[in-house]
Ligand binder design. Structure first.
Ligand SMILES: [Zn+2]
Ligand SMILES: [Zn+2]
Length: 155
């Protein structure tokens, strides 16, 4: 993963778009299991070519996230399915953490993502740094319903 200056990230992302690449990005906060530094990290990955870039900054770059989301375009409707028992348990765990004012975040990693150790599965990772809690679940397709429910708790 190549380290680049934060000012280059949007240009690189636009290059991905021009090349018709399949790409995505991650914002990694300090303490995240994928972030080895005490800064905020912004990662963009071209999963068609296997190129990825990382940029570190003191403050999180919400502006860059918004820009990346807008050039990625709207995602097609995400089909919702019934929640599994494990998912329901995770959602209530997330609610409890929120009540206790403990932060959490999640990653939904597509099979080609550099952070995903499973080559043929989506990996869903739920992290709560303060409670030292990491939960992993594996899927054949992205767990939209779980993501929708967790996002509701965040807002
Ligand atoms: Zn994380
Ligand atoms: Zn990724």
């Amino acid at each position: 993963m190549e380290v680049v200056d934060i000012s280059k990230v949007l240009n690189i992302a636009e290059g991905f778009v021009k090349a018709g690449a399949k790409w995505h990005f991650h914002m990694l906060q300090p303490g995240c299991m994928f972030n080895g530094r005490p800064q905020n990290a912004f990662v963009i990955e071209d999963v068609s070519e296997g190129n990825s870039y990382i940029s570190y900054s003191i403050a999180p770059h919400d502006d860059l996230r918004n820009a990346c989301e807008s050039i990625l375009g709207s995602t097609p409707d995400m089909p919702q399915t019934d929640l599994s028992e494990d998912e329901t348990a995770l959602i209530s765990h997330a609610k409890d953490l929120r009540k206790a004012k403990k932060d959490w975040h999640y990653h939904s990693l597509d099979p080609k993502c550099e952070f995903n150790e499973k080559e043929d599965k989506w990996t869903f990772i739920f992290e709560s740094e303060e409670s030292g809690d990491v939960r992993e679940m594996f899927y054949d397709s992205e767990p939209h319903s779980l993501i929708t429910e967790l996002d509701k708790l965040k807002s």
